[in-house]
Unconditional design. Structure first.
Length: 660
């Protein structure tokens, strides 16, 4: 069927984001808001001197991780120049006043990444990977419910007032209030994007590579197939055109179910939206937002067009590389005929258009595709030793003399303060503390020694009564006590009631302006509890509380905090895999991904976060959630690391992501 169609051409490029441009929001006739992995929202206004171009007028800073969905608040009494609502990986929803560029509301409630935002009058509706839909009014949560049994990826409001959600459970749901009045079935993978098709119905985009048009009644009207990878976004225009953005580095324009144009990009197209005049805005993983037009008078000048063509050409060449190597330079399968020299040695070979990693299996004297549990790599590269067969890591070395000196110093500080003197230790207490440390220093690997009840009671007293700024050496002693079988057994009685000493400690050290020393020592106490199986029930019961309390550690600049938090996530991943706890695995996965995308953190910390991700994906329960969380691009970025162990585990994650 021949379709009359004039092709879109580049109008302008909006440069400013320092990482992937992720989301787009059309703000009236003269504004565009964009979100990015660089943690910013940027507002672009039509350039009055050059009507075809846009200039950045506001940069909105407030999210602590990458920003995704956006929604536009039209000008009103509260927001005379309009407002923006943004959602992020940090689980927050922020409301911005465009007149001032200031954040005016922070909405907290979601447990995992916010993936979609819609406005219903003055109410804000949000959805998340935590499977919930929440309604907010006046800065407060009005209602919340579990809308799907898997991560929710998108939400739109229909002109008639109903809401539509799309989910990793492969369905769309139509909502009237809190009642689901229809479930749309047909997609074979995650429903990632939604749009209203004017005067007709709903358009959906999916990881299955298709775009589907539905009647509100639920009837499938049309299926559009043409993308070769995940379709992340879709939008529709009153003219009848549909645009979609995909992992295959293209934005495709559809008319009457036929792809009439494919616009190549130098990276993944995360989002695509129509302006009211029919022009298209795309957000690309190269950080650039582009506007495309049918109007010949608005087409970019020759210099800009040549610049884009050159960029696109360079990108195509770069895609023929694997791990920084030209694909043509990789050895072929014949290279696998040469035996390896050590167990676990890796080799990347060319298989068709891909580079595939293999590991040498010393016992069977053969090369295996590199899909073994990445936990094994910790024993090769990590600073903490693996202490049992489940791969739990502990922090089990200490400078005891230094710890005692610091406690003595702090005790003298208390003695010299009339108001705090009552919290100080007397000579008998100091002697007992020295005896506790002696047990920890001198006990053999088999721990034949015992602590008295008085010993543990003294430690509990210190944890409860000492001022927070002086606590960290006491917490450090506690860290070592929980590695001792008798010590951890006696601690158990202090966590089995409402007066839970460990929960109390976590709340205390994570209060406002927490000290890094308190954070990493307390995280290490919890991390060391994983060594003892009779504490696993407690760790599972308090998982949400613990991970929420320490969530800010992901962005800490302190290396000790980073490595402690990453190890906590790794231990939780092992335990939750064993227990087949999908909800818990999703929470750990979200935290580990947030940490792994930080290329400025300590390399060992990033490595452990990646190991946690790989292990969770390999187990399978949250593999699809990981793909929804953009794990492929996080792995690609990590694979470029100069640290070999990070690059290798990132390559493993890419391989796991490709498995059916």
């Amino acid at each position: 069927m021949d379709i009359d169609f004039k092709e879109y051409q580049l109008r302008c490029q909006l440069r400013g984001h320092e990482d992937d441009a992720r989301g787009i929001c059309i703000c009236g006739n003269a504004g565009i808001a964009t979100s990015s992995r660089d943690r910013t929202v940027r507002f672009w206004t039509l350039d009055e001197s050059q009507k075809h171009d846009y200039t950045m007028s506001k940069m909105l800073l407030g999210h602590t991780s990458f920003v995704g969905p956006l929604s536009w608040i039209p000008p009103n009494e509260e927001f005379p120049q309009g407002g923006i609502v943004s959602g992020g990986m940090d689980t927050l929803i922020l409301v911005w006043n465009l007149a001032t560029g200031e954040k005016v509301q922070m909405l907290k409630g979601h447990k995992l990444q916010v993936t979609g935002i819609a406005l219903d009058g003055s109410d804000i509706i949000s959805v998340s990977v935590d499977c919930t839909l929440r309604r907010w009014r006046g800065g407060q949560q009005l209602e919340a419910w579990e809308a799907h049994n898997a991560a929710i990826q998108a939400i739109i409001k229909l002109p008639s007032g109903e809401l539509v959600t799309g989910s990793s459970d492969m369905t769309l749901k139509l909502w009237k209030g809190k009642s689901c009045i229809h479930t749309f079935l047909g997609h074979t993978d995650t429903v990632r994007g939604l749009a209203v098709m004017p005067n007709l119905g709903i358009v959906s985009a999916s990881h299955d590579g298709s775009i589907r048009l539905w009647a509100i009644s639920g009837e499938l009207l049309m299926e559009m197939v043409g993308h070769t990878s995940i379709v992340y976004s879709v939008d529709a225009h009153a003219s009848g055109l549909i645009v979609s953005g995909s992992e295959d580095c293209s934005a495709k324009i559809w008319k009457d179910g036929v792809c009439v144009q494919s616009i190549e990009h130098p990276g993944c197209v995360w989002d695509a939206k129509f302006l009211e005049n029919g022009d298209i805005v795309t957000a690309c993983s190269d950080g650039v937002v582009r506007v495309w037009t049918l109007d010949h008078d608005k087409i970019a000048d020759a210099v800009e067009l040549d610049l884009f063509a050159s960029l696109l050409s360079q990108y195509k060449i770069s895609r023929k590389r694997v791990g920084g190597l030209k694909l043509e330079d990789l050895p072929g399968l014949d290279a696998l005929k040469t035996p390896g020299t050590s167990d676990g040695q890796t080799k990347v070979v060319r298989e068709g258009d891909n580079g595939v990693a293999y590991a040498w299996n010393m016992r069977e004297q053969k090369w295996d595709k590199y899909l073994t549990s990445t936990l094994e790599m910790v024993s090769l590269y990590g600073n903490c030793r693996i202490t049992d067969q489940k791969g739990m890591l502990v922090f089990d070395s200490a400078q005891f003399d230094g710890i005692l000196r610091k406690i003595s110093e702090f005790n003298n500080t208390l003695l010299s303060d009339a108001e705090k003197k009552c919290s100080s230790l007397n000579e008998g207490d100091m002697s007992r503390l020295s005896a506790i440390v002696k047990i920890l220093k001198d006990t053999s690997h088999y721990h034949s020694s015992r602590f008295s009840d008085v010993d543990i009671a003294l430690m509990m007293k210190l944890l409860k009564t000492w001022p927070v700024p002086l606590l960290f050496p006491v917490i450090d002693v506690m860290r070592m006590i929980v590695t001792h079988p008798d010590g951890v057994a006696k601690l158990l009685q202090y966590v089995k009631n409402e007066d839970d000493i460990v929960s109390e400690l976590i709340k205390k050290v994570t209060a406002s302006s927490p000290l890094p020393a308190n954070l990493f020592t307390s995280i290490r106490v919890v991390t060391n509890l994983f060594k003892n199986s009779f504490f696993h029930e407690w760790l599972l019961a308090h998982r949400g509380e613990i991970l929420d309390a320490f969530s800010s550690c992901c962005s800490s600049s302190n290396k000790n905090v980073q490595i402690s938090y990453a190890t906590l996530l790794l231990n939780y991943s092992v335990l939750l895999i064993e227990k087949k706890d999908e909800e818990g695995q999703s929470q750990v996965l979200s935290a580990a991904l947030e940490m792994a995308e930080e290329d400025t953190i300590d390399s060992d910390s990033r490595f452990r976060a990646l190991v946690a991700i790989g292990s969770l994906m390999l187990e399978g329960l949250v593999r699809r959630v990981a793909l929804d969380f953009d794990v492929v691009n996080i792995a690609k970025a990590a694979k470029a690391s100069k640290d070999a162990k990070i690059a290798e585990v990132a390559a493993d994650i890419e391989l796991v992501a490709k498995q059916n």
